[in-house]
Design a protein. Structure first.
Length: 480
């Protein structure tokens, strides 16, 4: 109870006034011993970097299109959306699956849906999910099976001859082509498709216990035991450390959609002997060959005032035997033993600074910077992709690859014991001292496929969209 008042007075008055109020704070805390437990919890949480998934416009490797602004004029019942592609081998139009995701105002998925929601009218906030792997030819001599008031030509960015036509109509007389299923086994905390198997950490659903890739019918262990370490260096105070075993999350709702398995995750934090539920939740999406875990770093205080350069986040994992990673498949800076922390917090003065030369080459998209690394298991690549707004990178927040987790603990003198051994683990380090108070969002992807170099290799899968008639097409936007 004493600790609660001391911490609060430190942050309320600053280092100068803290000593003068220390005695009074301790006396007050003792008188209020029976009332201060919640105060202690709130204080400790205010110092904790809460890493949780957030909701941004980037998503995993299917095509993602929003009714507004991507598809102006598209109207009609959700269950009358049609996506047609021409099969040269079968010499006929195919109807491909279109997944409609109703979204909340804040951008999250609606897990509680109204009766008959699928036959209700499209909302401007709906998100459409398409599988580009099923695209064949978007044009043919034969007329479309049916056509609505407006149609859109969706062209594959990487394969210009591939694509599909999106419209709204009902009398096409076709059956929807079958999509590959994603299966969730809650009792085993396991999710899998024909391409991979993902097992959740039993205590924290945002971390994985193992990831297996499928090759020649067999499954091969690729990475396992992911973890999250958060370290805060507070000048004039003691350092704070929260490991992955202090931050819990559990799946509270799931939704099986035609092209994905979506999960809603609620968060808990263990403080002392308590397990405190936070008013925080997020959505995680698993697709045929990828997973999207959008992230948010929430800072309740201004880190420039309270944090020093040793503060940071370390996301780590262990790589299975015979899983390799080549240097040319690493697209991010590398953490060395003598890595200079000031270069990681160039935004510490509160202004956006010029991006360090070692990082600038990863910021090719307008307003975004993309980093990735790829590992190979039984000849199959698994890529981790991190996409961050340019504004975060300008504040010194970007991923740095760590070959050995122990090097971070040694060079930064982190006085903490992680739940897994430091040796034999690699990871990603983010410096946090240059960030702003509030929410800072970015995207984390796991996908089957090579490194995310260039727009064509990034998630979500890029397409071009144009309004379509029988003889013309009108471009609407750059590649998405």
């Amino acid at each position: 109870m004493v600790l609660a008042s001391v911490i609060l007075d430190y942050f309320r008055t600053g280092p100068e006034g803290w000593q003068n109020q220390k005695a009074h704070s301790i006396a007050t805390a003792r008188r209020m011993q029976g009332l201060c437990l919640s105060r202690l919890i709130r204080t400790l949480l205010s110092l904790l970097f809460i890493i949780l998934p957030g909701l941004t416009r980037l998503a995993a490797c299917p095509v993602l299109l929003y009714v507004q602004p991507d598809l102006p004029g598209l109207k009609g019942p959700r269950d009358q959306l049609r996506l047609f592609t021409w099969s040269q081998s079968r010499q006929q139009w195919l109807r491909l699956p279109v997944q409609t995701d109703p979204l909340l105002k804040g951008g999250g998925l609606k897990f509680t849906r109204e009766p008959h929601w699928e036959s209700a009218e499209l909302s401007p906030h709906d998100r459409l999910v398409l599988d580009p792997g099923s695209f064949e030819s978007p044009v043919a001599r034969e007329p479309l099976p049916c056509r609505g008031a407006v149609s859109f030509l969706i062209r594959d960015y990487n394969r210009p001859g591939k694509g599909a036509v999106l419209t709204s109509c009902s009398s096409d007389g076709l059956k929807t082509e079958k999509a590959e299923a994603i299966v969730f086994q809650p009792e085993k905390k396991r999710l899998y498709s024909a391409s991979y198997s993902y097992r959740f950490d039993p205590e924290n659903a945002m971390l994985f216990r193992s990831v297996f890739l499928t090759a020649s019918v067999r499954r091969f262990l690729t990475v396992f035991h992911s973890d999250l370490d958060i370290y805060s260096e507070v000048p004039g105070f003691f350092d704070l450390y929260f490991g992955g075993d202090r931050i819990e999350s559990e799946i509270t709702a799931t939704h099986q959609a035609p092209l994905s398995l979506d999960a809603n995750v609620s968060f808990f934090v263990k403080v002392l002997f308590l397990r405190l539920r936070l008013s925080l939740s997020t959505d995680v999406s698993f697709y045929r060959s990828s997973a999207h875990i959008p992230m948010v770093l929430y800072l309740p205080v201004n880190p420039k005032e309270y944090l020093a350069g040793r503060s940071g986040i370390l996301y780590s994992w262990a790589r299975a035997d015979k899983v390799s990673m080549k240097t040319d498949q690493l697209h991010m800076p590398v953490y060395e033993q003598n890595f200079s922390m000031p270069s990681l917090s160039e935004g510490s003065s509160g202004k956006n600074h010029e991006i360090p030369p070692s990082v600038r080459s990863y910021c090719q998209r307008k307003g975004w910077c993309d980093f990735s690394l790829s590992m190979h298991s039984a000849g199959r690549p698994l890529t981790m992709q991190f996409s961050l707004p340019l504004s975060l990178v300008q504040k010194g927040f970007f991923p740095v690859y760590v070959r050995q987790v122990s090097s971070v603990y040694q060079s930064l003198a982190w006085n903490a014991e992680p739940r897994y051994a430091r040796e034999g683990r690699e990871g990603i380090f983010f410096a946090t001292a240059g960030l702003d108070e509030g929410s800072n969002s970015w995207d984390f992807w796991l996908k089957l496929g090579g490194p995310a170099s260039g727009r064509g290799g990034l998630c979500p899968y890029p397409v071009t969209v144009s309004q379509h008639t029988s003889s013309t097409e009108t471009p609407l936007s750059p590649p998405r």
